[in-house]
Design a protein around this ligand. Structure first.
Ligand code: PMP
Length: 303
């Protein structure tokens, strides 16, 4: 359940009860998927509720707006402030925050609007893909061609591709899809980035056909800080043969293990992989426990 009777959202400059918010049936965004959004998490920390990487998320929202020509009449600072207010008004400290910038005025044309609407919704959300290692399948659907749409912007319309890929994978009995790019290289999941590990090193797709996730960047930083080599380079599904482990990253999914991709089963159980150790470091970081686990080296290297 996303909301209760008294849940409030921030809609067009006001905090309103969710069941009283409205949207025009002629809203351009509703018809054409022309909107941009973010997915952000707040965590309980010893200092109270803290939004993880709020600035990075709202800078990406600004970037997405600029990319599609959607006006955004709020600064990053204002958006951060509104987010904290919204958490407080709903009595939430550990929650998912969804800002959406959309063209809500009646407009059936294909022209950029001169004004936009902003809403922020919050809800309590567990790890989006659960906490059991995932069985992935290579999707017959590719990620959108970056020469057709600006793939690094978080545009609502891109998620039609995500929804059909995820649904198709689940229809074949898998937990989630793994999508290739237009050149046949592994890109990412419908709502999360993908990493695999081989010979103690990590590999992930480079910028190009992916959303460069904020969680992805955080994991790369944590890994490099621990002396682990991370390769951001193109690879085909064949490179997954002989991999010891894999995982996906995203704000909603956090860090979740992957046990197999099609018939390639990774050698180690997720809990024995570098990914699992990075997942613990990530939890420590987002919940403000940094340093708590720093007494042990991340990877036990042979002497
Ligand atoms: N790729 C896609 C397609 C996504 O939707 C998401 C979720 N925003 C990610 C990757 C992960 O991005 P982030 O870590 O910034 O949440």
């Amino acid at each position: 359940m996303y909301f209760k009777e008294n849940t409030v959202a921030f809609v067009d400059g006001e905090f309103v009860q969710v069941d009283q918010a409205t949207c025009s049936v002629y809203a351009q965004s509703l018809h054409y998927g022309y909107a941009v959004f973010e997915g952000i998490r707040a965590y309980n920390t010893p200092q109270g509720s803290r939004i993880f990487k709020a600035r990075e998320h709202y800078e990406r929202l600004e970037y997405s707006c600029n990319t599609v020509g959607m006006p955004l009449p709020y600064s990053v600072e204002e958006l951060i402030q509104i987010s904290y207010q919204l958490l407080e008004k709903n009595g939430l400290s550990d929650a998912y925050i969804r800002p959406l910038v959309y063209a809500g005025t009646p407009n059936m044309s294909l022209k950029c609007p001169s004004s936009s609407n902003l809403l922020l919704a919050v809800w309590e959300w567990g790890k989006y893909l659960g906490d059991q290692s995932l069985r992935l399948t290579i999707s017959p659907y590719e990620r959108p061609n970056p020469r057709a749409v600006p793939i690094e912007a978080k545009i609502s319309g891109h998620y039609v591709n995500s929804i059909i890929a995820s649904t198709e994978a689940k229809g074949r009995g898998y937990d989630e899809a793994l999508l290739l790019d237009m050149n046949g290289y592994v890109a990412e999941g419908p709502g999360a980035n993908f990493f695999f590990e081989k010979n103690g090193e990590l590999f992930t797709a480079p910028a190009g056909s992916i959303l460069r996730g904020i969680t992805r960047n955080t994991i790369i930083d944590l890994a490099r800080e621990a002396g682990i080599t991370v390769h951001e380079k193109f690879f085909t599904p064949a490179a997954l043969q002989g991999a010891t482990g894999a995982f996906m990253t995203g704000t909603a999914a956090e860090v979740i293990g992957v046990s197999s991709v099609n018939d390639v089963v990774f050698e180690k159980p997720f809990q024995d992989t570098i990914g699992a150790q990075l997942a613990r470091r990530y939890q420590d970081l987002v919940t403000g426990q940094v340093g708590a686990r720093r007494t042990r080296p991340l990877v036990e290297r042979p002497a």
